[in-house]
Ligand binder design. Structure first.
Ligand code: ADP
Ligand code: MG
Length: 378
């Protein structure tokens, strides 16, 4: 990828080399629908990246070429200079958010490419934002912008320039990612801690159903409202502060639906902590069990699964895969699977074959290795 970028950079912007930067997509091992409930998420950066070669150009203009989209964009750095191409708005947004915070951005030339699959739930957009946020901090600000602020710059870019009202997890993971480590992020205090994740003898693999069910009556908002109602009934800010006992004590006063939504969230918080303990001991069998429990909860209690994802989860179970669950908001997308190396080939071929026979297309398969997040490439 680096050679290709370098070659295109020379063609577009001349022979004087720029500096290379990269940042990563992410997975979330466990901790789903917990962020807006003040709970924990447990992401890690992966070996799928966006990489850019960048060089200040001494003007007030940004000139950037996307190899994958095969398009060129040029824009100024004032609010009214926003480019029309959606991919370029991610970069423009990062520039603007740095400037809004009092940081410095001058004109630059850039060429970039990536291998984070777009829209598959691996957060290619966060990889793009944090690659440029990290680069512009290094290039124009002497690395004085703190890493957490870089993540927030990416998040604000999504909110203000891309129309995506996302949380902080994706950008956090992309900026803070560390090889062989997952990060437990506390979405209430924003404190985080690294946990070792180097599952020797296992692979982490995503099976992408390539379905996305568009649902009416905004199911996410309804889930959030259920959680908020139960938290209010229990007299706590968020379900982070609720216990299973407290929930059971109000069971008679809340709807069955609200009860099961809250039950999932409370159990999921405990599962993340259990997985952390298991990882410290290198106990991947327990990690896998918890992943299955999460899937079950998301499917039966939180009701954000779908036929295709339950099918893939069943296939994983039948094949003896150690852990498997929906990753992401639900209603489509990927399952994340922890698979013994010895079972890998059989699992993948079975999943492809069975899924294709039932749904008429094969799932996409993405192997991932937990890797470094945003960095300057030496
Ligand atoms: P994801 O779940 O992968 O983050 P999004 O829809 O949030 O999906 O972001 C995908 C968008 O990010 C693309 O439509 C494009 O604008 C931008 N993007 C991601 N990767 C690339 C890339 N390699 N080259 C150009 N733009 C990219
Ligand atoms: Mg995204």
């Amino acid at each position: 990828m680096k050679e290709k970028i370098s070659q295109v950079f020379k063609e577009k912007f001349g022979s004087e080399e720029g500096v290379f930067y990269a940042s990563a997509g992410r997975i979330n091992l466990i901790g789903e629908h917990t962020d807006y409930n003040g709970g924990f998420v447990f992401p890690g950066a992966i070996d799928k990246v966006i990489m850019a070669e960048i060089k200040p150009n001494g003007t007030e203009k940004v000139r950037v070429f996307s190899i994958d989209i095969d398009e060129y964009a040029e824009f100024g750095l004032k609010e009214e200079d926003a480019p029309s191409q959606s991919w370029a708005r991610y970069i423009f947004g990062v520039c603007r958010e740095i400037i809004k915070r009092g940081g410095k951005v001058e004109g630059f030339d850039a060429v970039f490419a990536g291998n984070v699959p777009l829209g598959a739930g691996l957060s290619s957009s966060a990889a793009l934002e944090s690659c440029f946020a990290y680069a512009l901090n290094d290039m124009f600000n002497g690395n004085t912008i703190e890493k957490f602020e870089l993540a927030k710059i990416g998040q604000s870019t999504e909110h203000n320039y891309c129309g995506v009202n996302c949380g902080i997890m994706d950008q956090f993971a992309s900026v803070f990612g560390k090889k062989d480590n997952l990060m437990r992020l506390d979405c209430r205090s924003m404190e985080y801690e690294y946990f070792p994740f180097s599952p020797t003898g296992y692979k982490l693999v995503l099976v992408d159903s390539r379905v996305k069910h568009e649902l009416k009556d905004s199911p996410y908002n309804k889930r959030r409202q259920s959680c908020e109602r139960v938290a209010k009934r229990l007299g706590v800010d968020t379900l982070r502060d609720a216990t299973a006992e407290a929930l059971d004590s109000v069971k008679g006063d809340i709807t069955a639906e609200d009860y099961f939504r809250a039950k999932f969230v409370i159990e999921e918080k405990e599962r993340v902590l259990a997985v952390c303990d298991a990882l410290v001991k290198g106990d991947y069998a327990t990690v896998g069990e918890k992943m299955y429990e999460t899937h079950h909860g998301l499917s039966k209690d939180y009701e954000v699964s779908c036929e295709e994802l339950d099918f893939l989860n069943d296939v994983a179970k039948e094949c003896g895969v150690t852990g498997s669950r929906i990753m992401g908001g639900g209603f489509g997308g990927c399952t994340i699977n922890l698979v013994k190396n010895t079972l890998y080939d059989q699992f993948i071929s079975t999943a492809k074959e069975k899924f294709n026979a039932k749904y008429g297309h094969e799932p996409m398969i993405y192997d991932v290795v937990i890797s470094d997040g945003a960095h300057r490439c030496e």
